[in-house]
Unconditional design. Structure first.
Ligand SMILES: Cc1cn([C@H]2C[C@H](O)[C@@H](COP(=O)(O)OP(=O)(O)O[C@H]3O[C@H](C)C(=O)[C@H](O)[C@H]3O)O2)c(=O)[nH]c1=O
Length: 186
């Protein structure tokens, strides 16, 4: 049996990755990344950078972000501590699921990962305090190509399970454009 099970969300380009846990009296062990498991599922873009963020407060929302070409990124997202509602939004104008979003809970407890390909915006909302999110990307950071769309754009109507009245946002995220004015993918 493989240590990874890769399935697709109802938006088929989004992969959900389950990792096998080897539990014993000490706790558990799992492999968290396998290039060959992803390649066997048809994903072979090389990851070039690892990122990690700590969000202290429950209800912290980071997103919805993406980088524009030529620094567009695929992202492989997992949670090391705590839990998030993780969201990907299809920004590909030619896609049958354009403007649609998919969300799931990623947590240290469930060990799930989401692979968000180029063409999607990504964001998450923390469901616990002191949540640590780690993710691999297939292009380096480029501030000049850092783009995004408003987390609360009514044209997207993302179903954030807000555990607080108002999310904790960066100034940048508070001022991201609505979809109608955002950079998109073909
Ligand atoms: C993403 C990134 C940021 N930075 C610098 C730029 C800022 O001075 C500082 C914080 O960046 P930012 O506020 O964009 O971090 P997040 O709000 O956590 O954004 C990230 O979280 C959402 C959920 C994502 O999907 C993106 O990968 C990423 O945009 O780190 C870097 O130096 N390298 C990087 O790769």
């Amino acid at each position: 049996m493989s240590n990874f099970r890769i399935t697709r969300s109802w938006i088929p380009e989004l992969r959900i990755i389950e990792t096998r846990r080897f539990a014993d009296d000490r706790g558990h062990f799992s492999e968290t990344f396998s290039q060959s498991a992803l390649a066997d599922d048809g994903f072979d873009a090389p990851f070039v950078q690892d990122n990690q963020s700590l969000s202290r407060a429950t209800g912290t929302l980071r997103g919805l972000h993406f980088q524009t070409a030529p620094f567009a990124q695929d992202k492989l997202v997992r949670v090391i501590a705590g839990s998030v509602w993780d969201v990907a939004v299809d920004l590909r104008r030619s896609s049958p699921t354009f403007r649609q979003w998919y969300g799931l809970e990623l947590s240290a407890e469930n060990g799930l990962q989401l692979l968000v390909p180029v063409g999607f915006a990504h964001g998450f909302l923390t469901l616990e305090s002191d949540t640590i999110v780690a993710y691999k990307v297939t292009a380096p950071y480029s501030g000049a190509n850092d783009a995004g769309v408003a987390w609360d754009d009514p044209d997207l109507a993302v179903g954030w399970p807000l555990p607080v009245a108002e999310p904790v946002l960066s100034d940048k995220d508070r001022n991201l454009p609505r979809l109608a004015h955002a950079a998109l993918f073909d």
